[in-house]
Write a protein that binds this ligand. Structure first.
Ligand SMILES: *Cc1c(COP(=O)(O)O)cnc(C)c1O
Length: 484
């Protein structure tokens, strides 16, 4: 008589008594770990039912630990961004300055005068902490900050144009990305979209002809992440402002990125400045806190006093209000601009302004560190035997090459900055590993490393790797190349 393969599986009790599970049982409790063990055993039984071999106790412990890690460790992990895309929306957009992070920690840690007037001892407004900074930097009369720019635009249109018409150029009734579509946002606000002009050409006369007694506003939307080239025309903001005010309407400007510094100083195309929109008379200007401004997620609205006040008092403002930590981080970020220190202190601008020689130095230092045999005890030593072959391969497969960094974040499409990249070609990959496999290994590390692959070459751009991440990056590269 043969024994059933099911009997080869350990019992629940024996599995849970394994010392390797003691730590997670202590941390998360017996019940939760028992649930994972039950699931692992159930899977093992199904595998046997499908004709597979019974799993060993070691394998089952590994499965329980892996399930626990996958489900209970916070999913949001630190990533080293070696892609060269400065404002990488999927990687969390703008990294913050030290001062902004410190201000956010301070606001989060304890109590603050968020909505408390320390002078009178009475209720205050969270807007006062940021309004003066914004009006000084942009020249606007008033300002308001909300959760993000999508909610800023939604709030603006709801408060000012609900039940009325808003005129938008056909070429600007677009999707910005991440599901933000101007026609949908307009519909959600209760305003009616009136599209004018054609996809490539719209004149101020087109807006003029479409104005009715139902019209509340003319809206300009910055074509953040695409460009129409060739036979094109769009109405300039001053023309729209002149028309809107002559006909008793509002001129609204969704700038998207919301840049305060001149991008042409770095060889990039011109990104419209918030100060210019204000100066040209837009009643309200909407922009993000975490794109080219380089601060935390926020939606910023600056403009004339009366419409800003309407927005502040609208019930939707409460639903999209900014959180205290973001408010503190945004104020600290704006302070860098006020002190004329943005390119030195705001990481997004440090990256844009990074001199090519400095990028070259860092990429070369990474390459040199990789070519060097890792010192004993450096942690990620390749397995004995593969070491020498790999060191030789690294000498040939590792190089520093010319490349381009992108701005990203829906800013300056098609625009790039010259950079120097660490390039690891397949010559450096031992054991038949593909560049994709090495990239996957890099993503599985803590912190994860995200790189680019072009024509089978792994590329690492120092522009977007924070300077204090250099050592971690080299250690990660060693580990991934050694197949760890
Ligand atoms: C990015 C963008 C938005 C949305 O801003 P979020 O801060 O991501 O909500 C809206 N309008 C334009 C033109 C944009 O570029």
């Amino acid at each position: 008589m043969t024994t059933s393969p099911y009997r080869a599986l350990p019992s629940m009790d024996r599995l849970l008594a394994d010392p390797r599970l003691a730590e997670i049982i202590a941390a998360y409790g017996h019940e939760r770990v028992a649930d994972q063990a039950r699931g692992a055993l159930e899977e093992a039984r199904q595998a046997i039912g499908n004709g597979g071999a019974p799993r060993s106790a070691d394998e089952l412990v590994a499965v329980v630990l892996a399930r626990a890690r996958a489900q209970w460790q916070p999913g949001l992990r630190r990533v080293i961004n070696a892609t060269g895309v400065v404002i990488h929306t999927n990687l969390g957009r703008a990294p913050l300055s030290r001062e902004a992070v410190a201000a956010m920690a301070l606001a989060a840690q304890g109590y603050s005068n968020l909505e408390f007037d320390l002078e009178s001892g009475e209720r205050g407004s969270r807007h006062v902490h940021i309004e003066a900074l914004l009006t000084q930097l942009t020249g606007a009369e008033a300002a308001l900050v909300v959760n993000n720019n999508a909610s800023a635009v939604l709030l603006g249109l709801t408060a000012l144009a609900q039940g009325k018409e808003v005129i938008v150029s056909r070429g600007q009734a677009v999707e910005i990305g991440g599901g933000f579509r101007i026609p949908d946002v307009l519909r959600q606000s209760g305003a009616r979209l009136v599209e004018v002009g054609t996809t490539n050409r719209t004149y101020v006369g087109d807006y003029d002809a479409a104005i009715s007694h139902e019209t509340a506003a003319l809206l300009r939307v910055h074509s953040s992440n695409f460009r129409v080239i060739g036979f094109t025309h769009s109405a300039a903001l001053p023309e729209l402002v002149e028309l809107a005010h002559r006909r008793g309407l509002l001129a609204l400007d969704d700038l998207g990125s919301g840049c305060l510094l001149d991008t042409t100083a770095y060889g990039l195309a011109k990104e419209p400045l918030v100060q210019e929109s204000v100066e040209q008379g837009a009643d309200l200007v909407f922009f993000s806190g975490d794109k080219l401004l380089g601060g935390p997620q926020a939606g910023i609205i600056v403009g004339r006093k009366a419409p800003v006040e309407w927005l502040k008092r609208h019930p939707l403002a409460r639903a999209v209000r900014i959180d205290k930590a973001s408010l503190a981080g945004l104020a600290a970020t704006l302070t860098h601009y006020l002190k004329n220190k943005a390119t030195e202190r705001v990481p997004v601008w440090q990256m844009i302004a990074a001199p090519l020689e400095r990028l070259e130095q860092r990429a070369s230092a990474w390459a040199a560190a990789l070519r060097q045999a890792p010192s004993a005890g450096s942690g990620h030593r390749p397995l004995a035997g593969s070491g020498q072959a790999q060191d030789a391969a690294l000498g040939e497969g590792v190089a520093v090459v010319d490349g381009r960094s992108m701005i990203g974040g829906g800013s300056l499409p098609e625009e790039s900055l010259p950079t120097r990249l660490l390039a690891i070609s397949s010559v450096a990959l031992t054991g038949g590993a593909t560049p994709e496999a090495v990239a996957a290994r890099l993503r599985a590390l803590q912190p994860a490393v995200v790189a680019r692959i072009e024509r089978d070459v792994l590329l690492f751009d120092p522009r977007t790797v924070l300077p204090d991440e250099d050592e971690e990056l080299v250690a990660a590269l060693r580990a991934a190349l050694a197949g760890l």
